[in-house]
Write a protein that binds this ligand. Structure first.
Ligand code: ATP
Ligand code: MG
Length: 762
């Protein structure tokens, strides 16, 4: 029976087929890049549906980005030969969590039309809280608090569960209290942040076993892609939904990991301990305990979100959490040529903490991985631009070309270059259309219409365009709102009936309130796109930009038009706003054929014929900040990032490094990345730089590079790469990382967090 069966099964190898056809019980596919893990998941869904084992709405399928979810749906359609009607539970953790939360919003003291805040809103809100507490924002930046809160939420911790040691690190012990008042404010604003989308699910599931049960029964099959990058909150959420028979929950150590801890390569400050399942979660007597049909796929070598709380241990615990789980390994890589695969495998072999997997290809050796040095980042961008034009002349598609950078600021240089060359490009997961100021303003108007309690949105536009409603007025509204625990908008409505405001401000505030009332009434009778146009015109917002004489005003007006146009794709305003709040990995630009520009983090799961990997320099890649903060564990995560980058390439991988780079406005002389030394000479071809590079070559050429380095002078006498080399010779790929030479000084401002990953906001 092996060879017969539905067409969608016929192309699979035996192991893949086993992973697809083992529908009952837990399955873990643990396999390297390009071995078809995602393809297995998609085929599995097709199989479940065509076997009639579940309806589309009974399958919970978690992808890493919204884009991946769309692609999966598309492939599914191809496999089954017809479009799949409704897969409401196919999406990212955030989008699915958000959907569930809307159904039970009242249990989280929210209304079902709650707003999802982005990072900017979050920071603005925290600033207000800091102000109210008289905490100096310069000393204790709101952004730092946002990061802490985010970290706690990623670990599934409610305010009451934050260990006091950790709460103490902010504003002399006020961290925990601020987290609590932040949560309170969110409820008043009828808003949730990204972390809440899962955290509130977890809380509801725990407090209302009947609701949890509903979902457990609904989801007949659970599938998870990129399982290696789930964080504790996501893990707990999955555990609850999958009725894991033995239940592990995190217990958090009282101490935050200090720098020196991290330097020792300590594990994150969360450990998991065995707890018995909640009595309410045990099957009722007489009811047969069902083993959940859960299938997770992942690759420990591609775990790259440790800095955001991902726990690769989740994958290692799978067999423990699901006794009797079938573990399937896939070894054949279908994506890359021999040289590329060998280079990627050799690089990752320098990591110590890995499960170890075999990867082979039956493909040709193909072209060697190239390494090119250049004088500076501008020359690098020019070189890559030329290379792309050459590829294009050979008749290849721009869609099959990607540039993967370590830090998002590297993108600007390429964007500038592409604009000059007239090369169409798109930025994936980067600064997005919806984040531009004029778009955010327009969205704020729509948000206030949709949810009058959305104070952040109201505050953003109450005086945009200028209406003579200055800080004093806003402050007054705030006081009023806080006293009565009502939204700013309602405070405005009340205040205009009093004589607390000067006549002029009072008049214009009254107009604003009346306008919103009118728009809300109009919402019932006009389409949401028309309404948006009316709002932009009547509010004076369009006019504001029409009168603006600055160079980018025309572009902003274009963007506003595009915004209204983009709304047509949605049924109503609520659906549109929801989409905005969840979609962070939308591809920019309308071009059909374009070069893709993105961070290495955003490239997960994707593949391209041609992959450019610029900026392989110490301090940038590996990122100095990661090394400083996380020591050896950080270095290994950076190396996995390199492995992810290389394994995105089907036919050609091209690495670049520059000898000089401007980082946040300061020129630095840079040293080629230690990862270059870790590539196997046999699979790599080194090209001389026009500007002259200081790097000796791959694998074993380190000594010549060592000599060249002396040219950099005494301030670089013990740079990281040298330590790395010495350490590697001791056989580990270890590095001291956190003790820094002079080199770090200039690159310390580089932020690993600046390369935001795709799911952050999706
Ligand atoms: P990553 O770890 O990078 O996410 P993956 O394991 O998810 O990779 P896929 O993206 O599913 O791998 O597959 C990689 C490529 O190999 C895809 O182009 C896929 O269509 C192809 N592929 C997978 N399995 C087969 C097969 N049995 N026959 C032919 N092509 C295959
Ligand atoms: Mg994949």
């Amino acid at each position: 029976r092996a060879s017969v069966g539905p067409k969608y099964l016929s192309g699979l190898n035996p192991e893949q087929r086993e992973a697809v056809e083992t529908l009952d019980g837990p399955v873990l596919v643990l396999a390297g890049a390009g071995t078809g893990k995602t393809r297995v998941l998609t085929t599995r869904i097709a199989h479940i549906l065509s076997q009639g084992r579940a309806r589309p709405a009974e399958i919970l399928s978690v992808t890493f980005t919204n884009k991946a979810a769309r692609e999966m749906k598309h492939r599914l359609g191809q496999m089954l030969g017809h479009a799949v009607e409704g897969m409401p539970w196919l999406g990212t953790f955030h989008s699915i969590g958000g959907r569930i939360l809307r159904f039970h919003a009242e249990l989280a003291q929210l209304k079902s039309n709650f707003t999802v805040l982005d990072v900017d809103d979050q920071v603005r809100l925290l600033k207000q809280l800091l102000q109210a507490e008289n905490i100096d924002d310069k000393r204790w930046p709101a952004r730092m608090l946002a990061g802490l809160i985010d970290g706690w939420k990623n670990r599934g911790l409610m305010p009451s569960q934050v260990p006091s040691g950790e709460a103490a690190v902010f504003a002399n012990g006020k961290g925990g209290k601020l987290y609590a008042s932040y949560q309170e404010r969110l409820k008043i604003l009828n808003a949730a942040d990204f972390g809440d989308l899962l955290l509130e699910n977890i809380r509801i599931f725990r407090e209302h076993p009947d609701i949890l049960r509903q979902y457990q029964q609904r989801f007949k099959f659970i599938l998870v892609d990129e399982y290696q990058d789930t964080n504790v909150a996501q893990y707990l959420w999955l555990r609850l939904l999958s009725q894991a028979p033995s239940f592990t929950s995190p217990r958090v150590r009282g101490e935050v990991a200090s720098r020196s801890d991290a330097g020792e390569g300590d594990s994150p400050s969360t450990e998991l301990v065995e707890t018995p399942p909640h009595p309410d979660l045990l099957p009722a007597s007489g009811e047969k305990e069902k083993t959940k049909n859960i299938c997770c796929v992942g690759d420990d070598d591609q775990s790259i979100y440790g800095w955001r709380g991902a726990e690769v241990d989740n994958i290692l615990r799978f067999e423990h959490d699901f006794p009797g789980a079938k573990v399937i390994r896939l070894e054949r890589n279908y994506r890359s040529t021999g040289h590329i695969l060998a280079a990627a495998s050799h690089l990752i072999a320098h990591n110590e903490g890995r499960l170890g997997k075999t990867l082979r290809t039956e493909d040709q050796d193909g072209e060697k991985v190239t390494v090119k040095g250049s004088w500076d980042s501008e020359e690098e961008a020019r070189g890559i631009g030329e290379e792309i034009e050459q590829i294009q002349r050979k008749g290849e598609k721009l869609n099959e070309i990607a540039i993967l950078v370590r830090a998002s600021y590297q993108m600007r240089e390429f964007e500038d270059r592409f604009v000059t060359l007239g090369l169409p490009y798109r930025v994936i997961g980067g600064p997005r259309f919806y984040e531009r100021a004029e778009i955010r303003d327009a969205l704020a108007y729509l948000r206030v219409i949709n949810s009058p309690a959305d104070d952040l949105a109201f505050e953003r536009i109450v005086n945009v365009p200028k209406r003579g409603l200055g800080d004093a007025t806003i402050q007054m509204l705030h006081d009023h709102a806080r006293k009565r625990r009502i939204p700013l908008f309602e405070a405005a409505r009340a205040v205009v009936e009093t004589d607390e405001l000067k006549p002029k401000a009072r008049g214009s505030l009254r107009d604003v309130v009346a306008q919103f009332d009118r728009w809300r009434a109009q919402r019932e009778v006009t389409s949401h796109t028309e309404l948006a146009q009316i709002v932009l015109d009547e509010s004076g917002y369009t006019e504001m930009w029409q009168k603006d004489r600055s160079a980018d005003a025309a572009g902003r007006l274009e963007n506003l038009k595009e915004l209204v146009r983009s709304m047509e794709e949605f049924e109503n305003l609520q659906g549109f706003l929801e989409h905005i709040s969840l979609v962070m990995d939308r591809e920019g630009g309308a071009e059909d054929d374009a070069v893709s520009l993105m961070t290495l983090h955003s490239a997960k799961g994707l593949e391209f014929d041609n992959v450019f990997l610029p900026g392989w320099e110490e301090g940038l890649f590996p990122s100095q900040r990661t090394l400083d903060e996380q020591g050896r564990a950080g270095l290994e995560e950076e190396r996995r990032l390199g492995h992810v980058g290389l394994t995105r390439a089907r036919r050609r991988a091209m690495i670049y490094f520059a000898t000089n780079r401007r980082i946040h406005g300061t020129w630095s002389t840079t040293i080629p990345s230690r990862f270059l030394d870790e590539l196997p000479a046999a699979n790599v071809e080194i090209t001389e730089s026009k500007g002259g590079s200081a790097w000796g070559g791959a694998g074993g050429y380190g000594a010549s590079r060592f000599d060249d380095m002396e040219a950099f002078g005494s301030s670089y006498s013990t740079p990281g790469w040298q330590r790395a080399q010495a350490n590697r010779n001791r056989g580990g790929g270890r590095t001291g990382g956190s003790q820094s030479g002079g080199f770090e000084e200039e690159t310390a401002s580089f932020s690993s967090a600046s390369s935001s990953g795709p799911d952050f906001g999706s």
